[in-house]
Design a protein around this ligand. Sequence first.
Ligand code: FAD
Ligand code: 2HG
Ligand code: ZN
Length: 471
Amino acid sequence: MKNFINQLSVVLDPKYILITDEDKAPYLTDWRKRYTGKASAVLLPSNSSEVSNIVKLCAQNQISIVPQGGHTGFCGGATPDNSGNQVILNFKRMNQVREIDVANQTMTLEAGCILQTAQEKAAEQGFLFPLSLGAEGSCMIGGNLATNAGGTNVLRYGNARDLCLGLEVVTAKGEIWNGLKGLRKDNTGYDLRDLFVGSEGTLGIITAAVMKLYPLPISQWTTLVACESVSSSIALLNLFQRRATSLLTGFEMMTQESLELNEKHFPQMANPLQGKPPFTILIELSDHESENHVRQLLEVILEEAFESKLINDAVIASNLSQANAFWHMREHITLAQAEEGANLKHDITIPLSSLDSFIEETDALMRSQYPGVRIINFGHLGDGNLHYNIAPPPGVDAKIFNESYEKPIHELVYAQVERCNGSISAEHGVGQLKLDGLRAHKGEVAHDLMRALKRALDPQNILNPHKVVSI
Ligand code: FAD
Ligand code: 2HG
Ligand code: ZN
């Protein structure tokens, strides 16, 4: 290993090769503190050639690499194993916006560019870069693409994959594939870009990307509404989709139990709706034409929703700071859960037509089999994506809860997901958390194809091994 580190210092300035325990510590534990690994070194390259040279050396020495962005992922994908032989390749020094192409409405970003920086740089040029999620102040575009991140604008603009037009990737051999074309059409055979997006660092290392930009909306209106049931929430979504079409940019759901937990930890984020509605829906409309048009449309749709008894209360944010407060309330549920302690996450998608029965039946099964657990159910309802998270009954030790209940609770939820023809990972990925369950979920044929791809692109199994698929 000492010899390998010496070789590394030929291709990377030694001050960017972290080898002391103290220097490495911040890179070894994931955001949820579920996984802590060991690494022989943390490497901080500043450009794609350095990444290429590092990968070549790793390939020669059979050293495996864990790519790492902001380390905010929820599935342990960016955390090394316990062998102490892996290296972490962290992208924080590759953080430049290489280009904003105004005519083509694209931006080219290095993998370590923080998502919020990309949004801000786009806005400076009058563009919207629509990828948006709670971790945007620290997650990086390479990590977003590697996980095919979703977030709160998917309903209108799609997930990270939909926003990506081109990639630069370092392969497992250390070659640099330059696919940084900002083309909206390119049917020249297999889509390599789509292979790397969502592969969580197991097929190649993303060093840069061309991303789509959109015109900045001139006005946005945000409202919170109270719904009595899942079925009325979905009918409300359909009403907004029919009436507002592409002006609908956000449709998020929070249950009463989620907001109560939020308020416990962040009392300043109390729900402004009265009477503790079972389902609070956050809706956002965006417009590129005039301030008034979308506000009036919102009022008309809400009136119709009141008349059809889909909602029984609503509050429209009167200014930007109130709109931000609504969004903060939604985004803080994850932080409230982290403050509260242990919780089991289920990032699932269900077809909207089955969502009502999924929630009703799964809630009932959960409450009868695990009395006292708290069902912290919230998420991107417009995408059929629930964060169906389970917290232990108050006062139950987190460790005991995880050890005794994690497996059966996952099994219960995932069996329900299968029954409804849903997915066990909507937007957070697989990483190491869902590695074992993936074969059963995908089916043998799909899983074998995934393995074949992994073997073809990374025959030495040095790119993030034992994440997503084991070979
Ligand atoms: P990391 O966690 O560092 O890495 C994630 C995976 O990508 C790992 O497998 C890693 O090896 C790989 N990887 C990282 N960089 C590269 C690269 N350059 N090349 C190849 N592979 C690479 N996710 C959502 O989808 N929607 C949300 O709404 C959302 N909200 C969140 C809110 C909070 C508060 C937090 C903490 C997380 C949230 N997440 C959400 C999860 C997380 O932020 C996303 O998965 C994000 O895309 C991860 O980016 P990252 O830079 O932190 O990646
Ligand atoms: C969100 O939508 C994130 O806020 C986090 O995807 C979900 O905490 C979670 O489970
Ligand atoms: Zn989410």
